[in-house]
Structure formats: C-alpha cells, structure tokens
Design a binder for this molecule. Structure first.
Ligand code: HQG
Length: 182
C-alpha cells in the first residue's frame, strides 16, 4: 500500500467522520457510525481524491499510526474513535486515570490556559495522553511543544470524569488550572 495514499485517506476520513460528514452528504448515526457501503459510494461520488475501496478502508483502519478509526463487529460500520467536533455519543465507559496525564500545547496558549484551564475548544473533549512522547507530538503540530502535566489522579478523586477512547486517548470535559503543572 502506498503510504501517501493511506495518509491522504486518513485525513479525508478524519474530515468526514469527525467534523463534516455533509461534505459528501454522508449521515452518521448518533453514535458516530457511518455505513461502510454508503461511505465508499459517497467518497467516490463526492470528493475523495483517491478511489475508495473496502481494501483501502481495511488498510487504513489496521495500519493508521494512531488507530483513529474502528469498524463495528461485522464491519458494516466505521467511525472515528475520538477527535470529533460534531456531537456524537461514543458511549465510552468511565475509566480511572493514572496519577498524571500529559497535554501538549504551545507557548501562545499558556496565559489563557493558566486563567481558564484546559478547555475542549472545538472538540467534544480535552485530549490527554498517558505518555510524554504522544503529548510532545500533539504539541509539535503547532510549533515548539509545551508539555503540561495534569494531576488526573487528584481530579478523579475530586469527582471529575475521565474516559479512555478505543485508541487510548484520555478524554475529559475540562481541566481547571489548579490541576495543571506548568
Ligand atoms: C488549546 C490530534 C487557549 C490546546 C492530536 C490545543 C490530539 C487552549 C488547542 C487531538 C485552552 C485545541 C486533539 C485555553 C486548550 N486557552 N488554548 N483555555 N484550552 N487550548 O486540536 O489536544 O492527529 O482541538 O492546548 O493528536 O491539540 O487529529 O486539541 O492546542 O490527539 O488524530 O487549544 O487531535 O489527533 O486544539 O489535539 P485541538 P489537541 P489527530
């Protein structure tokens, strides 16, 4: 499989499965699932640069660096495992986080984060990771990464809810500044 094609397909799937399914007139159900046949048909009709096939979808689901997408059990449906800006109910179970989780951001946001804490901004949740490397990668998308350490254990004991996505991203509604080590 050509990795360039796989990456471009992953980007396109992120667009339609997380942010704007209407780009290809696709409908997601309330849990964020798209019908695989419909997705393929509409990608090919409406705008993916690449010819979409079941094999290509299979490859992207299996080999995507962050396992961003998942099939349902009988592979008739596909959805993004996290990262949505549209409102979908992922039905994630609450989970108990480790004592610390990390968030990668950039310097220009720090003043605001110190005031308001971490907000979900345009997404459904604030995204946190268990390991520093992931946080560094996330922050580096925007420039020189600044890593924030979140006292997630304390937050959880204080009653904040955490969820773990299918692809191991920690999600929470917001992180008040008092739980952040800058
Ligand atoms: C910042 C990618 C000012 C926050 C990544 C971040 C991740 C604030 C940006 C996933 C703020 C939001 C999510 C506040 C937060 N004031 N700035 N109060 N609170 N911010 O993209 O975490 O590759 O929505 O620090 O890898 O960067 O697409 O969130 O810089 O897992 O699969 O506002 O997206 O995954 O940006 O990234 P985002 P994120 P994919």
């Amino acid at each position: 499989m050509n990795e360039k094609i796989a990456k471009s397909v992953s980007k396109f799937l992120s667009l339609v499965l997380r942010h704007s399914p209407e780009t290809i007139e696709l409908k997601l159900d309330e849990n964020g699932w798209a019908d695989v046949e419909e997705l393929i048909e509409k990608c090919n009709k409406k705008g993916s640069q690449n010819q979409m096939t079941v094999e290509l979808l299979d490859y992207v689901v299996e080999n995507n660096d962050k396992k961003r997408f998942a099939f349902n059990e009988d592979k008739t449906k596909i959805r993004a495992s996290q990262g949505h800006s549209i409102s979908v109910e992922l039905n994630l179970d609450e989970a108990e986080p480790s004592e610390f989780l990390y968030h990668g951001t950039v310097g220009k946001f720090l003043d605001s984060i110190k005031k308001e804490g971490l907000q979900k901004m345009s997404r459904q949740y604030v995204h946190l990771s268990k390991d520093l490397e992931t946080a560094i990668k996330v922050g580096s998308r925007r420039g020189s990464a600044q890593i924030l350490t979140v006292r997630s254990g304390e937050m959880h004991r204080d009653g904040f809810k955490f969820y773990l996505s299918e692809n191991n991203v920690w999600l929470t509604d917001n992180v008040p500044a008092k739980y952040i080590q800058f």
